[in-house]
Design a protein around this ligand. Structure first.
Ligand SMILES: [Zn+2]
Length: 109
């Protein structure tokens, strides 16, 4: 058993577990009871629910899945609206500072 991820809360832990399982990686969530019991205690890495893989041989695959998940999650949390290029009118995602189409910089508004 190896720990591959420390989640913010049980919902996230189960989401990541589902991702791993759909990739054929057997895993378990640990620490949920701690989460329920700790009430008002501050969230720490010791009390957060964590994901453990059953077979150590799947570790690299698991890390790959988690890296993909974190990339997507970071994208989601940067949920600024898309912006429209003043030069060519194309929409760019909020995380881009230049137009993907014509490389015109985003106007500071
Ligand atoms: Zn443009």
């Amino acid at each position: 058993m190896l720990q591959v991820y420390s989640a913010q809360h049980p919902t996230e832990a189960h989401y990541v577990k589902g991702l791993l399982e759909s990739g054929g990686i057997a895993c378990v969530v640990r620490g949920e009871s701690l989460f329920a019991a700790r009430g008002e205690l501050p969230i720490t890495t010791e009390t957060a629910p964590s994901i453990w893989i059953v077979d150590d041989a799947t570790y690299n695959d698991a890390i790959e899945v988690i890296n993909e998940y974190e990339k997507l999650r970071n994208k989601d949390t940067a949920n600024d609206p898309k912006w429209v290029c003043k030069k060519c009118g194309e929409e760019s995602e909020a995380q881009f500072t230049d137009c993907w189409n014509c490389l015109e910089p985003r106007d500071p508004e």
